[in-house]
Design a protein around this ligand. Sequence first.
Ligand code: EPU
Length: 411
Amino acid sequence: MEGEVSVSGGKNAAVAIIPAALLADSPSTIENIPDINDVHVIIEMLRWLGARVEFRDHTMWIDPRTVDRYNPPYELAGRMRASYYFAPVLLGVFGRAEVPLPGGCDIGARPIDQTVKGMCALGARVETLGGVVVAEADELIGDDIYLDMPSVGATVNSMLTAVSASGTTCIHNAAKEPHIVDLANFLSSMGAVVKGAGTDVIRIRGGRHLHGANYTVVPDQIETGTLMIAAAATAGDVLITGAIPTHMEALSAKLLEMGVSVTSEDDWIHVKSNGTFRSVNVKTQGYPGFPTDLQQPLSALLTVANGTSIVTETIFESRFRFLDELRKMGANVRVIESTAIISGVEKLVGARVNATDLRAGAAMMIAGLMADGVTEIGGIGYILRGYERFDEKLRSLGAKVETMHLTEVAF
Ligand code: EPU
């Protein structure tokens, strides 16, 4: 692939920032929102709750003043992981929230015990009744929250609870992903006092009056990485614009180790490859470690590297299921518990495969771009959940990609 492509706004930032806009007493305008299915589900959810919403040209205007419900139905909430970000927000607004347990990609157990712990630490009573998280509080009071692991979801939910709690909340062992920092910046622009986002400890002075804000969402870290890997996979020469290179350091380091040229400055990253790759070992970790969301796309690339790569998945236990699909294309892969041993083959061959989740879908696209012959990927609804116009972007770089049938996927 050759040419220039721009990155869309961050999915995982947008899905946290949009619910936060309901905490304000006036409308917010949020720019650079990716036009993806998850965002359309959130819009339905906002409207169901009573908000007025407009979404045009990646800009969303949200008026929260008419919100009058705290109990979204399962048919909406179950369609997306981030639905549970509405729980602390509605709790802050109404003192009560009833939100069905999160859906999202089936990539392993996705418990919410840390979210519940955070909300309870600030004075909420939280129960899960018949698959619905029911949270109630007469008063939220800031306190220390100690997370057992730096969970992105629990950090977001603790932050969203803390801004409505009087006094100071300290979230210890917080996640440090770029979308956490972006949410903190949005909350600050609404008038909240949030310090330390991007480090292990986030301090929030809550209970302040929050107003609507104008804000621009950060570029999508995972889309950037997926495009970088796709560029390398196709022996490409691609300039990725509108990116934040410092968010990509773990991936850039791996690609350099594999023999791919990666250069960057300001808001662009240039990836150039001759199509031969050295094997590498990868272990997924929270930011700034190697992101689990890029494990699958990179594993696809490693199937054609010279030698054997060891990939260790420490975050989600089912994120190796897609390797069964890659085997259909000739990949030589063994999985032992949370480790995949990938012995590089000379060529993948096109086959009929399935996207088993969002990032697996991206991995199958990358495998298809590298393979001899045609690859047909089922379940592309997963890809549409989180990548904006992915097929179109790849086509603009010269890839031969066609979308045949758009089928809804079950979550
Ligand atoms: N965990 C618990 N208890 C909890 C929360 C998490 O045990 O209460 C465990 C999970 O089982 C997992 C680990 O902690 O092993 C990390 O999970 P985390 O909470 O960080 O993940 P998440 O919030 O459910 C977000 C992203 C995922 C991304 C992960 C890790 C959103 C909406 N989702 O999920 O994104 O993989 O963080 O970075 O932000 C994707 O975009 O494809 C995607 C799945």
